[in-house]
Write a protein that binds this ligand. Structure first.
Ligand SMILES: NC(=O)C1=CN([C@@H]2O[C@H](COP(=O)(O)OP(=O)(O)OC[C@H]3O[C@@H](n4cnc5c(N)ncnc54)[C@H](OP(=O)(O)O)[C@@H]3O)[C@@H](O)[C@H]2O)C=CC1
Ligand SMILES: O=C(O)[C@@H]1CCC=N1
Length: 270
């Protein structure tokens, strides 16, 4: 049986990628093997996607001819590297793609000697095809590997290539960003409830405001400051709200959040 795509770690991000790759026909279920330790998760992945699921990472490593996709927590990376250390791949040289926060190319390349490695940082909107992924290329990659990674991550959203020195900052911004934006949506809705709106309507207003604003910025290519100015009437409601945001350090809180997440990504790679 020829497997092309091996996924190590069938959790949130692994499944997000897998589901879109299958949906897009980039891989057929019979070409995919997934390793996952949790029995209930194994059963779910097998039933939902009709892929081969195993508990054995070495089987994935040995069988996947084209891509080994690492989607485990960074904290289990060294255990997996040890587990796979003695396996020699004689007949194929798969591209290893890692989405592990913080784990640098030189650690990945040491764990998979001689194999082409790409470090990537996607985000959870990948689940609905609206992801943002940054990739950086390892020393043993060529244009074909670059194209393969671009094909995989294009299936779940937009892709940019950056130098590795920027990957921790990418992680702090777009990798972690969906959590910050979710808090923003939740807090906006809470504000609406505080101002007297029923919860359901407040949630709908908050979500559509964030979605619509992002879409408008995206489609118009308008600078965010310009859109802010367009909303803000002299002596009006918006400037009253913005004054409060500035007083509470809203901008600074977001800047510091991205910096803290970047620093944590750097720590995870040590
Ligand atoms: N969540 C996010 O928004 C993003 C996450 N990432 C990165 O993606 C990676 C995965 O994150 P996420 O999907 O959120 O995490 P999850 O915990 O949802 O997924 C990890 C999966 O790996 C499984 N696993 C644990 N140990 C092993 C092992 N030894 N061999 C094989 N599988 C194993 C876990 O099983 P079990 O649950 O039983 O432990 C789990 O199903 C992380 O490195 C993270 O930094 C990158 C971008 C965004
Ligand atoms: O929180 C984390 O560590 C991962 C990496 C980016 C998003 N989630």
């Amino acid at each position: 049986m020829t497997r092309k795509f091996g996924l190590i770690g069938g959790g949130i991000m692994g499944e997000a990628l897998l589901s879109r790759l299958l949906e897009r026909g980039i891989y057929q279920p019979s070409e995919v093997i997934v390793s996952e330790p949790q029995p209930s998760r194994q059963a779910f992945l097998q039933q939902q996607y009709d892929v081969t699921v195993t508990i054995d990472n070495s089987l994935v490593f040995q069988q996947a001819q084209e891509v080994i996709f690492l989607a485990v927590k960074p904290q289990v990376f060294s255990a997996i590297a040890q587990e796979l250390a003695d396996i020699v791949l004689a007949e194929h040289s798969p591209l290893v793609i890692s989405i592990l926060a913080g784990v640098p190319l030189h650690h990945l390349e040491a764990a998979f000697p001689g194999l082409p490695v790409i470090r990537a940082m996607p985000n959870t909107p990948a689940t609905v095809g609206a992801g943002m992924t940054a990739i950086c290329l390892g020393a043993y990659t060529n244009a074909k590997h670059q194209q393969k990674a671009a094909e995989i991550f294009s299936a779940v959203g937009e892709v940019v290539e950056v130098s590795e020195s920027l990957m921790d900052a990418v992680t702090g911004l777009s990798g972690s960003g969906p959590a910050y934006v979710s808090i923003l949506v939740e807090a906006l809705a809470d504000g609406g409830v505080a101002a007297g709106l029923p919860r359901g309507i407040a949630n709908q207003l908050a979500l559509q405001t964030v979605l619509g604003t992002a879409q408008l910025l995206h489609e118009s290519k308008m600078h965010p400051a310009e859109l802010k100015d367009r909303v803000t009437s002299p002596g009006g409601t918006t400037i009253a709200g913005i004054s409060q945001l500035e007083k509470a350090g809203f901008r600074s809180a977001l800047i510091e959040a991205v910096k803290a997440a970047t620093a944590r990504s750097q720590e995870l790679g040590k």
